[in-house]
Design a protein around this ligand. Structure first.
Ligand SMILES: *Cc1c(COP(=O)(O)O)cnc(C)c1O
Length: 469
């Protein structure tokens, strides 16, 4: 039996093989060696567990089996890195695919500025230490009409920080219908608890009245909190208190109104034939004291949590020691500055903010793009692929516009030889992975979320799928 184990090649012997040396060129000697060691010892363990089943396998054959495993393992590792992917799902703000793609101007500025030093916290006028938040605050105040603003790492941090600052050891009143959970880990009741505020729930799941809030107010009440129902809708026999009604009640009781808006819309979506969604400006006009929202949802910028509101309250938030722990990084701040600047200075916002561009594409342009891509696929693959243009619904995704379905156009693709499930898997394996749906035994690629620049990659992806690469 020991003879058998002796047939397993030594680690060094693998490095005689051309394929292993190719791997060294791509992932480096250290990582390659780790995989070789791990796959070799796994083979040895299996041999022992399976009672030397492969007794008569030659040393060369064992080496081949292990090399196959090494290559599979290194490919799996490679797939775990962050890659560019092509989003064919028609979900515009896909949380699993990085939410909002950034505007070109923002990316250019990141390259421009972060390539060297910048005045992140250096005041160019006085030559002294400056504030990381000053320029972004100025932009947000101009855009939203709020008195003051601060930006942190993400909206979850923004909500936490506000409650931790404004309601520490005090009570926060919230309707039972607004106990939102977003994407698994952000749950409003847990955030309130961790911020060290006490949650006081009022109303019922479907109906909450002003008098419910009113009855809940005590000496210890600090904040009346509203949370936007970002990913669900309550329909039927319902009653929800609007922010402005709470403002009145809060003024009478000298307490704070706060609204977690979730997706920060800065434009009137109805102008683009999308359903009305309260804008940040609307809430500022209603005189809500503190408003929080994300940078990478409908705003279309980088991951960030934006807080706008009354100066006196924002000043307190700025002084909270936890603010340092959730501070926004330089790259996101540069991107956010450029995105807000587009809103402030540009007449053609939908042209410049990719997610607004995607959300507002009309049927005509989607159809003409679908025709171009369909023709390329058919010209390239002839009878090997069957490509139809179909009507298919798209969604905004990512905790925004719940229940809203946008009429879209997709390509529906089938092949005589391969099942759609196999094609879907191979498209995902392609070097620029193409992510798409399977429906009614067809591959569905939505035209809304793909870009003309990606057409060549899609063609090459199908070369790979059909084994022609
Ligand atoms: C998305 C969302 C959050 C979390 O925002 P992140 O930027 O993902 O941290 C919080 N509250 C609401 C209502 C949301 O929609």
């Amino acid at each position: 039996m020991n003879n058998m184990l002796r047939n397993i090649p030594s680690i060094n012997e693998f490095f005689d093989d051309e394929r292993i040396n190719e791997l060294v060129n791509i992932i480096g000697r250290k990582v390659t060696k780790d995989i070789v060691v791990s796959c070799t010892s796994q083979y040895r363990d299996n041999m022992i567990i399976e009672n030397y089943r492969d007794m008569d396998i030659s040393k060369e054959d064992i080496k081949e089996v292990i090399i196959d495993n090494i290559i599979i393992r290194s490919k799996l590792n490679e797939r775990k890195r962050i890659h560019k992917v092509i989003n064919g799902t028609g979900v515009v703000l896909h949380t699993n695919m990085g939410r909002a793609p950034l505007p070109k101007i923002a990316l250019d500025e990141i390259v421009n500025i972060a390539d060297g030093y910048c005045n992140l916290e250096y005041d160019l006028i006085t030559g002294k230490r400056g504030s990381r938040y000053e320029s972004i605050e100025d932009l947000l105040v101009k855009l939203t009409g709020a008195e003051s603003a601060i930006v942190v790492n993400n909206n979850a941090a923004a909500v936490f920080l506000c409650l931790n600052t404004l309601a520490y050891n005090k009570e926060v009143v919230i309707s039972r219908s607004e106990q939102v959970e977003i994407g698994g880990s952000f749950r409003v009741p847990e955030i309130i608890e961790r911020s060290n505020a006490k949650m006081v729930e009022v109303g019922t799941t479907n109906k909450t009245y002003v008098r419910d809030y009113e009855n809940a107010i005590t000496q210890d009440t600090k904040v009346l909190l509203k949370v936007h129902k970002s990913n669900y809708k309550i329909e039927g026999f319902t009653c929800e208190v609007q922010g402005e009604e709470l403002v009145e009640l809060a003024r009478e009781n000298k307490i704070i109104t706060m609204e977690d808006l979730g997706s920060g819309v800065l434009v009137d979506l109805e102008e683009f034939s999308l359903p009305y969604e309260p804008t940040v400006m609307d809430l500022v006009k209603k005189d809500i004291d503190i408003i929080t929202f994300s940078g990478d949802k409908l705003l279309g910028g980088p991951q960030a949590g934006i807080i706008v509101g009354k100066k006196e309250l924002i000043d307190k938030i700025k002084k909270n020691p936890l603010t340092r722990m959730v501070r926004i990084d330089k790259l996101s701040l540069i991107a956010l500055q450029e995105v807000l600047n587009i809103y402030l200075t540009n007449d053609n916002i939908t042209n410049n903010i990719p997610i607004l561009n995607m959300l507002t594409k009309d049927k005509e342009s989607l159809l003409s793009e679908a025709n171009v891509l369909r023709k390329s696929l058919i010209d390239t693959f002839n009878d090997n692929l069957h490509v139809k243009i179909i009507d298919e619904e798209d969604t905004t995704g990512g905790g925004s516009l719940p229940g809203v379905i946008i009429k879209g156009v997709s390509l529906s693709i089938t092949s005589k030889e391969l099942s759609p499930q196999i094609m879907q898997k191979r498209l995902r394996e392609y070097k620029t992975p193409i992510i798409c749906k399977v429906k009614d035994n067809e591959i569905i690629i939505s035209m809304r979320t793909i870009n003309k620049k990606e057409y060549n990659d899609i063609i090459d992806g199908f070369y790979y799928v059909l084994g022609k690469e």
